[in-house]
Write a protein that binds this ligand. Structure first.
Ligand SMILES: Nc1ncnc2c1ncn2[C@@H]1O[C@H](COP(=O)(O)OP(=O)(O)OP(=O)(O)O)[C@@H](O)[C@H]1O
Ligand SMILES: [Mg+2]
Length: 220
């Protein structure tokens, strides 16, 4: 369970997130949606400790608000960036090895996100990779970890629609009674997997609920 209380985030005295309260329950799949600039990525980064926020953040009743990103990662939180970084000199396998598993499992996870293991496992994660390949790798490295809380920022962005069916399948498999999944998305196919959809606007949660209740509000 991940609970936020009075969470705010400001940059240069300007409020980006404004007094947000929410409880993400264990075993549930959440989709955060809302227009560009609503504050979705900012919220995700606050949860992960990549943004320094005000307010309380509890993971299973432990206050993690003052913990750095690596400490939160050790507690089982993981984050897939909207715009993943490249790392010169680091190979795909090195990123996956952060969670020690037999090589075979790394191959499987790459195949799951639609990358042939033969081609990518020993490839360097540099800017010769296409945007879509990089997004898939980012997904693979997060899916590869045994997470308590998985946060994915627009995983579908830059991934062609032809293979999109696969992506929803990947998330469907990731869904588990043992973890909390939070996906930022504009895609109805991802929303279809959600137990609850959170609509953000102007740095706040406007409403949360079922898809039928939230989608009509998106045009406002
Ligand atoms: N470090 C920063 N400095 C200045 N402004 C920021 C910073 N981080 C976020 N913002 C602003 O806060 C607002 C929310 O940004 P955020 O990236 O959270 O939006 P988003 O909902 O993820 O949008 P998108 O759908 O385009 O990804 C935007 O107006 C953005 O310009
Ligand atoms: Mg964003």
């Amino acid at each position: 369970m991940l609970r936020i209380e009075h969470l705010s985030y400001e940059v240069n005295n300007e409020n980006i997130l404004n007094d947000i309260n929410f409880e993400f329950k264990k075993g549930k799949f959440y989709v955060i949606t809302g227009h560009n600039g609503a504050g979705k990525s900012s919220l995700a980064k606050c949860l992960m400790g990549l943004n320094k926020s005000k307010g309380k953040i509890y993971l299973d009743d432990v206050d993690i608000a003052e913990m750095a990103v690596d400490e939160r990662a050790k507690l089982g939180m993981g984050f897939a960036f909207q715009q993943p970084a490249t790392f010169k000199g680091i190979r795909v396998v090195d990123l996956l090895k952060i969670n020690k598993k037999p090589l075979k499992e790394y191959e499987q996870i790459l195949n799951k996100v639609g990358l042939s293991a033969k081609e990518y496992l020993f490839r360097e994660v540099n800017n010769t990779l296409s945007g879509g390949e990089l997004k898939r790798l980012e997904l693979a490295t997060v899916l590869n970890r045994d997470l308590k809380v998985g946060i994915f920022d627009e995983p579908e962005a830059g991934i062609d629609l032809w293979s999109f069916g696969n992506l929803s399948q990947v998330f469907n498999e990731f869904k588990s009674s043992e973890r909390t999944t939070i996906v930022i998305s504009h895609q109805e196919r991802v929303m279809n997997l959600a137990d609850e959809i959170i609509l953000m606007k102007d740095g706040q949660i406007l409403k949360s609920g079922k898809k039928e209740d939230i989608l009509p509000l998106l045009n406002i």
